[in-house]
Design a binder for this molecule. Structure first.
Ligand code: FRU
Length: 542
């Protein structure tokens, strides 16, 4: 152990790094964090490796603990070097369990049927793919704080998109920069040459960000995404000069069968570019569609389920979309922009390589939801199926929770033809409102606002005078209809609402009014609650 610092003759001096040396005998290095502390850089140096990240190392009592998984460093002597306020260096400890593991997934504000990370921050879903019996969800992750930093690819797997197991961090920052968003593919035809025997490589294309620029890089895995090798000749695209912009990111790659080539949709400065490649390494710029920012997706969907009638959908991080055609090199919009969802959702992605018999296009979005007082932050929203439906205004995207969510809910009360007062009376005794699902059809008697509130928060607010649904313009397919149906999913910190069969949806952070004593309450001018079903919700965590 070394070095002191700081105040020499009353003049603040830059902090010198302090170090601590220890031999790794246990799986986890537990690190104390205090949000009020400035970030410092922590560097772990060991024979054959080095890892560095930013952390707000707690000097006194920590707000919470995070961990560094040392599975690969067993028996090695490591040096921990920290250039911030280092009083907490001595508090770091090794254990076979990470701090707080005993109460994992049962913490007070832990969402009970949505994916959240064990510790730290998450944002965009990345690399969503089905392969060999597993759905893979990678995601933007800061393992060392509940705020955005140290961008890495976290990794979780699931058999049903509902129950998730979080694995070790898949992609760590390196000398080129931090790991921003991207996608994965399975290279069945060995176009990139990384396959081994019968094992096709899972290949990730992602953005590496550094203070100077953003470039697109490649990594591959031969063990179902557990460990990754970065391509020695990264980056595969460096387009800063072409766009005179640092903003070139979030590659979304898929195989375009008719052209026998790979397609990459990449957000560059003011929209989504299309690149093509035969081998995932050399990319050719083809075209550009302006009007999008971050996190592209592009896919083909049948209209009304008719495989003889297909259209392409392109969207960006905010989930606004255009419908059009795509010839493998250029997307030509025919209609748009439209929005099918809003609220906390951002940077949603869809699964690729779905099992052969399953034609669904399934999306998961990042829920920008605060998890108050928790050692983790953010969440993934429910997986939803995207479909194109014909409406009076042409084809439109709809989004409905996948059928796999049904296993979570059991109906415990069902009513029809109630007044608001009668419905509110029934809702007084439905049990815990911590987590539940509720389906209802309301019939309005006036074209003024009506809906449902939960502890004073309007979770359904339908105003037919302004045609506003929780603040966004909404007119149903039958614009003279006085009815609205809502399928509402409430978890401990979030609300997701799908109206009229998914023709519009939104997600909210749960914000109960602390003064409110009322649970679920319908309001509105002489509305009829035509039907109402209340479901209890299971936890996805054991
Ligand atoms: C969207 C985004 C992406 C970027 C990532 C960084 O939320 O800004 O454009 O790759 O987050 O974490």
């Amino acid at each position: 152990m070394l070095a002191l610092t700081c105040l020499l003759s009353g003049v603040a001096q830059p902090l010198l790094a302090q170090t601590r040396t220890l031999t790794i005998t246990k799986r986890y290095l537990n690190l104390p964090v205090a949000q009020a502390q400035d970030r410092g850089t922590m560097q772990l140096t060991m024979p054959g490796g080095e890892r560095s990240f930013k952390i707000r190392l707690a000097a006194g009592k920590p707000d919470y603990w995070v961990f560094c998984d040392m599975a690969g460093a067993m028996g090695k002597t490591i040096t921990i070097r920290y250039d911030g306020k280092a009083d907490g260096l001595e508090t770091i400890y090794q254990d076979d369990r990470f701090a707080g593991q005993d109460s994992l997934y049962h913490e007070k504000n832990r969402p009970q049927y949505h994916f959240t990370t064990r510790r730290g921050w998450i944002n965009d879903p990345n690399g969503m793919i089905f392969y060999d019996g597993e759905y893979h969800l990678f995601y933007q992750h800061n393992p060392f704080e509940r705020e955005w930093e140290n961008m890495s690819w976290g990794h979780a797997v699931s058999k049903d998109m509902i129950h998730w197991q979080e694995l070790q961090t898949a992609l760590l920052p390196d000398r080129m920069g931090t790991m921003f968003s991207g996608s994965t593919v399975i290279d069945y035809d060995n176009t990139a040459g990384f396959n081994q025997g019968n094992v096709p490589a899972m290949i990730a294309l992602f953005t590496v960000d550094n203070p100077e620029k953003e470039v697109q890089c490649l990594a591959y895995s031969l063990d179902k995404g557990r460990t990754w090798t970065k391509y020695a000749q990264n980056p595969v695209i460096d387009s800063k000069a072409k766009w005179n912009s640092k903003d070139t990111r979030d590659p979304r790659v898929f195989w375009y069968a008719p052209g026998k080539h790979w397609v990459m949709v990449l957000n560059e400065r003011d929209g989504h570019s299309i690149y093509t490649s035969k081998n995932l390494k050399q990319w050719q710029y083809e075209s550009h569609t302006t009007g999008f920012w971050e996190c592209p997706d592009l896919f083909e969907l049948p209209v009304d389920g008719d495989n003889g009638k297909k259209k392409w959908v392109m969207y960006g991080a905010s989930a606004t979309y255009m419908i059009g055609s795509f010839d493998g090199k250029k997307f030509t919009p025919e209609s748009g922009k439209h929005a099918y969802t809003n609220g906390t959702i951002y940077a949603a992605q869809t699964f690729t390589n779905m099992p052969g018999s399953d034609p669904r296009r399934i999306q998961i979005g990042w829920g920008r939801v605060q998890q108050p007082g928790m050692p983790f932050n953010g969440m993934m929203l429910l997986p939803t199926e995207l479909q194109l439906r014909t409406t009076k205004n042409g084809s439109r995207l709809v989004s409905v929770p996948v059928k796999e969510v049904e296993q979570l809910f059991a109906p415990t009360g069902q009513w029809t033809a109630l007044s608001a007062t009668e419905a509110n009376e029934q809702l007084k005794s439905v049990g815990s409102l911590d987590q539940f699902r509720l389906q209802t059809t309301l019939k309005l008697s006036h074209a003024t606002s009506a809906g449902l509130s939960l502890f004073g928060q309007k979770i359904l607010d339908y105003d037919l005078n302004h045609n506003l649904l929780n603040g966004a313009f909404y007119s149903p397919e039958d614009m003279t209809s006085m009815e609205i149906t809502a399928d509402i999913y409430v978890d401990r910190t979030s609300v997701e609402v799908f109206v009229n069969g998914g023709s519009f949806s939104y997600s909210l952070e749960r914000k109960p009014n602390p003064a409110s004593k009322e649970g679920l309450v319908f309001w509105g001018n002489r509305i009829e609650v035509k039907d109402l079903t209340f479901y209890t919700a299971k936890s996805i965590w054991k």
